[in-house]
Each structure stands twice: as C-alpha cells, then as structure tokens.
Design a protein around this ligand. Sequence first.
Ligand SMILES: [Zn+2]
Ligand SMILES: [Zn+2]
Length: 170
Amino acid sequence: MSTSHHHNHVVISIDALRCKVCSRIFPGIPQKMNCGHSLCLRCYDRFAIEHESFHCPICGKPVWNICTAPNFELKGILDSMDKIAGDQRGLLESNLDVATERMIEDNKLMAKQVEKLERENGQFRRDNEQLRQKYSILKEYSSFLGLLFGYAAIAAVWLAVDRFILKYLL
Ligand SMILES: [Zn+2]
Ligand SMILES: [Zn+2]
C-alpha cells in the first residue's frame, strides 16, 4: 500500500483494496479469516460453501468458517473512499460489483422459486398421472361392460331366431 499525504486525505493504491482471488475491489463487507487475510464475500462463499474448513488461497493456512468475521475496518476504508471519490473508475467498478452481487442474489432467489414451481409441477403431474390411470381403468371396465352387452344382445337375437325356427319352420 503506497500512501502520500494530501490535506486530510491519503492516496491508497487501488490494488490494496482488491480481493486477491477475483481482483475485484471489495464489494459489500470483506470477510476476514483467522489467518488475517480477507476475501470478498463471493469468493469466501465459494470456498466456504463447499468445505467446512479450507486453506487460505493467499497464505495456505487452514481457515475455519466459524472463525471468519466481517472486516469492518476495511469496509470503513472502502466506504470513506466512496465519500472521497478518489478514483471514479474504481468507484464505478465497485458499484458494478455491487450490482452484480445483487443480480446474483436475485438469480439465486429466482432459481429457488423456479425449483418450487418445478416441485409443484411435479406434484401436479403425479396427480394427473393418477387421474389418467383411474380413467383408463374405468375405460377398460366400460369396454368390458360393452362387450358383455354385445354378447348378451347376440345371444338374445340367437335365442329369438332359435325360437322362431322351432315355432314356425319345424
Ligand atoms: Zn473475490
Ligand atoms: Zn491467509
């Protein structure tokens, strides 16, 4: 971090404010690990969601999720940078990062809703399938009944013809 005094302000190298993994200027609150290094929330989550403990991608020391805490000091520096507006491009970048972060959150939410809808759709499909089965059983039953009536009708006609022959022709 190279600093030079200018009135009440200092100039900070923008690289000091970047996440060492994704190189973005920390959006949101950086996460401080027990090794002393900080990662942006997105990078930290990527490691932490998959493993209960992992190794710091910067120094290789073991990191435990339970020991990680928000780095409010670094967040304070980032916030004061927003106020000072020293580097417009950097500011824009960090705003973009925040917007991206928000979009990712929105997408996650939407994915959850889609998942829920798919579950409901699955239930609907199962209900539909059950109805279909019931209907096909009914259909078979009714066609069986139809067949039975058909045979009964043929038998009745045959019987009538038989009687007619017996009565008048023989
Ligand atoms: Zn990162
Ligand atoms: Zn570290």
